[in-house]
Design a protein around this ligand. Structure first.
Ligand SMILES: C[S@@+](CC[C@H](N)C(=O)[O-])C[C@H]1O[C@@H](n2cnc3c(N)ncnc32)[C@H](O)[C@@H]1O
Length: 419
């Protein structure tokens, strides 16, 4: 097979690219294997806000070279691309982890008018990118790989599964068959628990949907036990119709952890993972304590505050704006975090010295408590140690890793696609 030309949308610090292309830097001792002959020929990354917020794009450029990423709002870029005022190379594959928002169309449009996305709802930029690529050549964008939070299968609360039905409907209308799978990285040996939905789409594929659940790309990349039951979901042919009518009144989403859509019917099932390989833990990515700067240690006077935030509570609280009093309760979190297991999910707010329920804190042999350093966060996501050490603050490095993905996941999917 020849080279597979890839466009990476919402590229962040390049998680998809690393997983697919691999990366070598002998001087730094970095050697990530490629998943196959993938080559990223175009990438886009823009953090809403000012120039100061473009640290992820700068990291991407520092690692992949000057000009490797277009650092502009994807919406503006595609306006120009659509108008023929900007060149984007033809690609075989489109990848991206798009921010999850509300996917509904902006206002009731007539069916004939087709769908029109709200500005800033970034699924529509992916859809637009695919549409323009396909208009240029039918052979373009044959493969897609997307990542999102697993909530995407269930949102929004008042119409469970609608957003995902819209996405499936869009892909079907462009001629794609689709596999999806919720993967918790720790279940396949990675050192972090992170549950995300991965979507693989292939154009012009004629799969047997039920069979594909157990022998498709996702099942090869992430083996599972035979499903106990498979259900079928009709996907509206028109995304607008999906918006209006999908699962109205339904209390649960019909989309389970694994699924395959061919034509406009999806087969879906729950998943029990099958994995017998090695398992990594948080302890495996820790750097020597002698390399940890003092500000990462929790000052003894701050420990009670951390304990309170991490602890179980049931208390009366007052909404400051409205004066409304309500009862608030939450369970206890492990404190400190165990190092002999995979870590909890890294969030964008992981950085900074302020106590927080969600930041990781570990106990050291000398009894002191400390937060995780950015080099450890890089490695919890499967990036080489120091990947984000490109002039960012610690808080910015943590933010990038909270946004990123477990590099080994697209790597395994990329390998399975080639198989
Ligand atoms: C979930 S993150 C993806 C991270 C990436 N997969 C990685 O490995 O780092 C989504 C990214 O989309 C970017 N983004 C948000 N709005 C955008 C826009 N309008 N145009 C381009 N990129 C945008 C964010 O800055 C963020 O880096």
């Amino acid at each position: 097979m020849g080279e597979i030309r890839v466009a990476e949308l919402f590229a962040g610090v390049g998680g998809f690219r690393l997983g697919l292309e691999g990366y070598s830097d002998q001087a730094r001792g970095w050697d990530l294997p490629a998943a196959g002959p993938y080559r990223t020929v175009w990438a886009n990354q823009w953090e809403p806000g000012t120039d100061r917020r473009q640290f992820a794009a700068r990291c991407y450029e520092a690692r992949f070279g000057e000009g490797s990423v277009v650092n502009e709002d994807i919406d503006a870029v595609l306006d120009e691309y659509e108008a023929g005022e900007r060149e984007i190379p033809d690609v075989d594959m489109v990848v991206g982890g798009f921010p999850c928002q509300d996917y509904s169309v902006a206002r009731p449009l007539s069916q004939a008018a087709g769908i029109e996305g709200k500005k800033g709802v970034l699924w529509w930029d992916i859809y637009r990118f695919l549409r323009i690529q396909l208009a240029k050549s039918e052979g373009n964008a044959r493969y897609c790989m997307f990542e999102n939070v697993d909530r995407l299968l269930k949102s929004p609360a008042r119409q469970r599964g609608r957003d995902f039905a819209i996405i499936l409907s869009c892909l079907a209308s462009l001629g794609y068959s689709v596999e999806w799978r919720v993967v918790n990285s720790a279940e396949y040996g990675f050192p972090q628990r992170r549950k995300r939905v991965y979507i693989y789409a292939e154009r012009g594929a004629s799969w047997d949907a039920d069979g594909r659940l157990t022998d498709g790309v996702m099942a090869r990349a992430f083996p599972m036990e035979p499903p106990e039951g498979i259900s079928h979901v009709e996907i509206p042919a028109d995304p607008y119709e999906a918006t209006q009518s999908f699962n109205i009144g339904g209390r649960t989403s019909p989309f389970l952890e694994a699924g395959v859509m061919v034509g406009n019917v999806a087969s879906t099932c729950a998943v029990t993972e099958r994995y017998g390989g090695p398992r990594a833990t948080l302890g495996d990515v820790l750097v020597p304590d002698s390399e940890v700067p003092p500000e990462f240690y929790v000052p003894p006077e701050q420990v009670p505050r951390w304990e309170y935030l991490k602890g179980a509570k049931r208390e009366r609280r007052v909404n400051k704006a409205t004066g409304f009093e309500y009862s608030y309760s939450e369970g206890a979190m492990a404190f400190p975090d165990p190092t002999d297991r995979p870590s909890r999910t890294i969030l964008t707010g992981e950085g900074g010295t302020g106590p927080s329920r969600f930041k990781h804190v570990i106990a050291r042999p000398d009894g002191r408590l400390r937060r995780l350093v950015p080099d450890e966060l890089d490695q919890l996501q499967g990036f080489p140690r120091g990947w984000t050490d490109t002039g960012m603050t610690d808080g910015q490095r943590a933010f990038c890793m909270g946004n990123a993905l477990v590099v080994g996941i697209p790597h395994r999917i990329g390998r399975a696609i080639l198989e």
